[in-house]
Design a protein around this ligand. Structure first.
Ligand SMILES: [Zn+2]
Length: 253
């Protein structure tokens, strides 16, 4: 049995720790100090590091952590991420012994080309592809790739918990409300999120069901979203046309 704990880092990152009472693995350690403090406070040994992608706010703490713990680093090999010791690809499995957990690897390009996600029953570590109420920016690849990656995640079981890497939910939901003001599930989520943030509490993990009900980037066929975009000049109302318009509008929102 294991728990999953968020370690806040940098401005608004979460480093997720999967741990039992003796061992931990961490996902996307953008910073070492908060991870080292957490391990010390909980009296845990670090067993492995998992990377979803090579942005510095996700890998910046790896070198310092490995000076203390000489552990394997899993992820996609890339010249800009020299820390990876074990390269992972689509359909690979990653079996960790301590704590015991088995991940399936899926490739989810569209934020970066080589972005991967770690999937276990009811657990998804999705890095910067899917956020609470939003999605990652399209730095590499096409909007179609990002849309396809998000569609894959949207089809996971609704009870899958979504462990995103940033506390962006409140800002994302403000955009979602502009897209779809008549969505009652969205209004309810905004009320809940506002309460959590007022108490300085984390809004994650989310679930795939909640994202499908409230995240505009997973709702590109909803008539209200299409109407909102048409009022803003959209003519291509295909699913990809809507997704592209949403992603571009959000960049300026
Ligand atoms: Zn990123």
């Amino acid at each position: 049995m294991f728990e999953i704990t968020a370690i806040p880092a940098l401005q608004d990152n979460y480093i997720w720790a999967v741990h039992d009472d003796r061992h931990a693995v961490v996902v996307d350690p953008g910073e070492a100090a908060p991870v080292l403090s957490f391990l010390k406070a909980q009296n845990l040994q670090l067993g492995a590091i998992l990377c979803t992608h090579r942005h510095l706010d996700h890998i910046g703490g790896i070198a310092e952590l490995r000076e203390v713990y000489n552990v394997p680093v899993y992820g996609r090999r890339h010249p800009n991420n020299p820390h990876i010791t074990h390269d992972l690809r689509e359909s690979d499995s990653l079996a960790l012994d301590t704590p015991g957990i088995l991940f399936d690897i899926i490739e989810v390009p569209g934020h970066l080309d080589d972005h991967i996600a770690y999937l276990a029953p009811e657990i998804l570590f999705c890095g910067d592809v899917l956020f609470g109420g939003g999605c990652g920016r399209n730095f590499e690849g096409t909007k179609a790739q990002l849309h396809h990656s998000l569609q894959r995640l949207a089809r996971l079981p609704g009870n899958t918990r979504v462990y995103c890497a940033h506390e962006y939910t409140a800002a994302n939901l403000r955009f979602a409300l502009a897209c779809e003001p008549g969505n009652p599930a969205l209004q309810q989520r905004i009320a809940m999120t506002t309460e959590l943030r007022a108490a300085n509490q984390i809004t994650l993990p989310s679930t795939i069901a909640l994202e499908n009900a409230t995240n505009p980037f997973l709702r590109c066929t909803q008539p209200e979203i299409i109407r909102t975009l048409q009022q803003r000049g959209l003519t291509d109302t295909s699913e990809l046309g809507v997704f592209t318009a949403l992603r571009e509008w959000k960049n300026r929102f």
